[in-house]
Ligand binder design. Structure first.
Ligand code: MF3
Ligand code: CO
Length: 249
C-alpha cells in the first residue's frame, strides 16, 4: 500500500478524532487508582470513547478483545485487560487507545505511574515521552523518515535505555495501520521523504534493560525478555509545510 496524502477534509476528521482521543486519555489518567483492575480501565475507556460517538478501533482488531491496551510494568504493549489483574501503588501502566471518528483513526499511548513510583520508573516514563518529542523535531517535509527514527533512538539510548525493535509506528488514516512502518531506531535505508498531508503514528517503546521482547501465550501481550520495565508514548501527527501538528494532544 502506498503512503497516502490526506485531503483537507480527511485532515479535519483526523483532527477531531485526535481531539477526542486526547480527551479520552485525560479522563482515563484522572481516574487511575491503586486497586483498580486493568479491566476497569478498559471498561471506562470504551465508555468514554463511545460517549463521544466514536468507535474504539482496537476492539476486535485482528481478534484483540478489548478497547484499551493496558500494559503493566514489564509488559511493553498490547496487554489484555483482565478483571483479576489489579494495579498496585508503585506500578507503571501504559494505556494505548485508538478511536474512529467518521471513518478516520487516531492512535495514542501514554504511560502513567500508579500512586508514588520510584525515581527509575519516573525517568523511564519521562525519557520515553521526550524521545517522541526529540523524534518529531525531524518530522518535517523534505526530511527522511529515518531522521525521526534515529533521533528517538539516540535520545533514549543516551540514558542507557533499550529501544524495542520488534514493533514499530505506522501511517494512519482510514485504516489504523497504513504505510509506512516507522521504526524507533535508525536504519541504513533513509526511508521515505516526508511530505505535507502525511499522517503518522509515532510510538517509541522504551525499556530499562535489553530491548528484546517476548510474546505471551495469549498471542498479544508483549513483555520484556529480561523482566525490566517498559514505557510507551504515542501520538498521531500531521506533516505540514512547517512544524508537525500533533493531532492527539
Ligand atoms: N498502537 C498500537 C499499534 O499501533 C495499537 C495496537 S491495536 C491492537 O499497534 F488492537 F492491535 F491491539
Ligand atoms: Co500505533
Amino acid at each position: 500500500m502506498a503512503v497516502t496524502i490526506k485531503s483537507p477534509r480527511e485532515i479535519e476528521l483526523m483532527r477531531e478524532a485526535g481531539r477526542i482521543l486526547a480527551k479520552t486519555h485525560e479522563e482515563l489518567a484522572k481516574n487511575l487508582r491503586p486497586g483498580m483492575s486493568t479491566w476497569d480501565i478498559d471498561h471506562m475507556g470504551e465508555e468514554i470513547i463511545r460517549s463521544y460517538g466514536c468507535i474504539p478501533s482496537f476492539k476486535n482488531y485482528n481478534g484483540y478483545p478489548a478497547s484499551i491496551c493496558v500494559s503493566v510494568n514489564d509488559e511493553v504493549v498490547h496487554g489484555i485487560p483482565h478483571k483479576e489483574h489489579f494495579l498496585d501503588e508503585g506500578d507503571i501502566v501504559s494505556l494505548d487507545a485508538g478511536v474512529i471518528y467518521k471513518g478516520y483513526h487516531s492512535d495514542a499511548a501514554r504511560t502513567y505511574g500508579i500512586g508514588e513510583i520510584d525515581d527509575d520508573a519516573k525517568k523511564l516514563i519521562e525519557v520515553t515521552r521526550q524521545s517522541f518529542f526529540e523524534g518529531i523535531k525531524f518530522a518535517k517535509a523534505g526530511n527522511h523518515l529515518n531522521d525521526i527514527s534515529a533521533a528517538i533512538q539516540k535520545y533514549a539510548e543516551s540514558f542507557g535505555f533499550g529501544v524495542v525493535r520488534d514493533l514499530v509506528g505506522h501511517g494512519i488514516g482510514s485504516h489504523l495501520h497504513e504505510d509506512p512502518e516507522i521504526p524507533n531506531f535508525a536504519r541504513k535505508r533513509k526511508g521515505i521523504l516526508l511530505q505535507p498531508g502525511m499522517t503518522l503514528a509515532i510510538e517509541p517503546m522504551i525499556t530499562e534493560g535489553s530491548y528484546e521482547v517476548v510474546w505471551l501465550d495469549d498471542d498479544w501481550t508483549v513483555m520484556t525478555e529480561d523482566g525490566g520495565w517498559a514505557a510507551h508514548y504515542e501520538n498521531t501527527i500531521l506533516i505540514t509545510e512547517g512544524e508537525p501538528e500533533i493531532l492527539s494532544l
